[in-house]
Design a protein around this ligand. Structure first.
Ligand SMILES: [Ca+2]
Length: 64
């Protein structure tokens, strides 16, 4: 029984590390950055003229 808990603990730890390593995309290199409209094609963006994560000030941080 103890062994099962150890295995579960290791799996939870691995999951936590995997989620924590998701790459954060955030810069304002898009020509349409800082215009008050989200343009990176991600969630809640109005269009996709920018690469995901390159309109960070308007869209917020993205994860890959
Ligand atoms: Ca923008």
């Amino acid at each position: 029984m103890k062994r099962i808990f150890s295995v579960i603990s290791v799996l939870l730890l691995a999951l936590t590390i995997t989620v924590g390593c998701e790459e954060q995309l955030c810069d304002d290199s898009c020509p349409f950055a800082n215009d008050g409209v989200c343009d990176d094609g991600g969630k809640d963006s109005l269009n996709d003229v920018c690469q995901l994560g390159t309109d960070c000030n308007d869209c917020g941080e993205r994860t890959q």
